[in-house]
Design a binder for this molecule. Structure first.
Ligand code: NAD
Ligand code: MG
Length: 401
């Protein structure tokens, strides 16, 4: 029987971003394995009712709401229902629950830069970190890899492509290093809902159209990123950090069925791929139980029914965000943090119908041209440049109205 640091036979899990799409898929996997995993802490931003229902079902020891006002409502709701879950409120509490002694695994499923500090805290404390929050890694990949090396934390990718690449790496592979014998990585992309649209047809896209992804059901921010293909741009940078490679070692391949989740091309000509139905429970279950395998609830792949798998080259001109991400990696330093911050703000403005779909790339491009890039060696510099890029885009949008 495996025993954790506090003598429990079950692994303790802290789920950051429990009310989101990845949060929901993680809870589904945990529900199937309550004999091996115990939910110790859950967090959300503002979703009082969503977090309450999770607490009712799983009875975690702690629940955190980052937003102070919603936190008070949440505390009243938990007390009125007589639940024993201890309620913590505010952003600092997100960090506190990741480092609890009885937490062995931290699932990082907050969207955007808000996930950076709690995730980094978990890495510094040597936890097993299941990383879905790609924005944190894009902003400060160097700090993450360094912290993991120092603390011995296991960083396991949950993003489906990166989890696929990880699975195709040698058995003794440690994240952050370039594996011997690897020639390149083939990073697959569905192409999003507008893969076949001409540039002209992209002008009047609405938020609901952008959020209707053909293969995956996800949160609204990543859905818009998939539609602009900034998601693949962020994933390109994520792959550079996780697998110790440069953007020129990684080819993006459009694969509209999302069945091959990415591939690794070795020097001897072998190309290893990981396939499966597009369902995030597979990479979550894989990372949770690695190096063992557990049931995830995902249906077996029906290849005859699929019949065909297609591949295309990406179009860096229609999907400018791909090129911008490429440029950000090559510029180095805080350039990826600037790219990410400008994109987060622009996507938010698009979702609240303040700017058009095509203006997202304009904003990111403008911010990258205007904001000075610094060495990304410390967190304060990264957070400063993140703030400057957000201020820049905010003013840019204000000036346009
Ligand atoms: P989502 O919007 O569905 O959920 C986001 C979660 O983060 C929610 O629980 C929300 O309460 C919390 N949150 C948001 N802002 C916060 C803040 N300021 N402070 C604290 N908590 C906050 O997002 P999602 O689709 O589940 O994506 C989560 C992360 O996983 C993203 O980084 C995304 O890129 C990545 N990811 C998602 C998928 C997917 O299929 N959804 C796939 C791969 C990677
Ligand atoms: Mg992905």
């Amino acid at each position: 029987m495996m025993v954790n640091a506090t003598g429990s036979s079950r692994q303790g899990v802290c789920l950051l971003g429990a009310t989101g799409s990845i949060g929901g898929s993680t809870l589904d996997v945990l529900r199937q394995h309550s004999d091996s995993y115990q939910l110790i802490a859950v967090t959300a931003n503002r979703d009082v009712e969503g977090l309450f229902l999770i607490c009712q079902h799983f009875q975690p020891h702690y629940a955190v709401l980052a937003d102070e006002r919603c936190g008070e409502l949440f505390r009243q709701r938990i007390n009125a229902a007589g639940l024993t879950t201890e309620v913590l409120i505010g952003r600092q509490a997100l960090l506190e629950v990741t480092v609890l002694d009885d937490v062995d695994v931290v699932v990082s499923a907050i969207v955007g830069a808000a996930g950076l500090l709690p995730t980094l805290e978990a890495v510094k404390h040597g936890k097993r970190v299941l990383l879905a929050n790609k924005e944190a890694l894009v902003m400060s990949g160097h700090l993450f890899i360094e912290a993991a090396q120092q603390s011995g934390a296991q960083l396991l990718p949950v993003d489906s492509e990166h989890n696929a690449i990880f699975q195709c790496m040698p058995a003794d592979y440690i994240v952050g290093n370039r594996a011997a014998g690897v020639r390149r990585i083939l990073l697959t992309a569905s192409g999003g809902p507008f893969r076949t649209y001409a540039l002209d047809e992209l002008r009047d896209i609405t938020p609901d159209q952008a959020c209707a992804h053909p293969n995956w059901e996800m949160g609204r921010k990543i859905s818009v990123d998939s539609a602009t293909m900034m998601n693949k741009g962020l994933e390109l940078i994520e792959a550079c950090w996780l697998f110790g490679m440069g953007v020129d070692d990684i080819d993006i391949i459009i694969h509209p069925q999302s069945v091959i989740h990415s591939m690794v091309d070795y020097d001897d000509g072998s190309v290893l791929a990981q396939l499966g139905n597009p369902d995030m429970r597979t990479p979550i279950a894989n990372a949770l139980s690695w190096p063992e395998r557990i049931h995830s609830g995902v249906e077996p792949l029906d290849l005859p029914k699929l019949a065909m798998l297609n591949f295309e080259k990406p179009d860096f001109e229609r999907f400018r965000c791909l090129q911008l991400a490429h440029d950000a990696w090559n510029a180095g330093g805080t350039a990826p943090a600037i790219l990410n911050a400008a994109n987060e703000l622009a996507v938010d403005a698009f979702l609240s119908e303040r700017i058009s779909f095509l203006a997202i790339a304009d904003m990111v491009d403008a911010a990258m041209g205007a904001c000075e890039v610094h060495a990304a060696s410390d967190l304060d510099q990264i957070l400063d440049d993140d703030r400057l890029a957000r201020n820049y885009v905010e003013q840019y949008i204000g000036g346009k109205r």
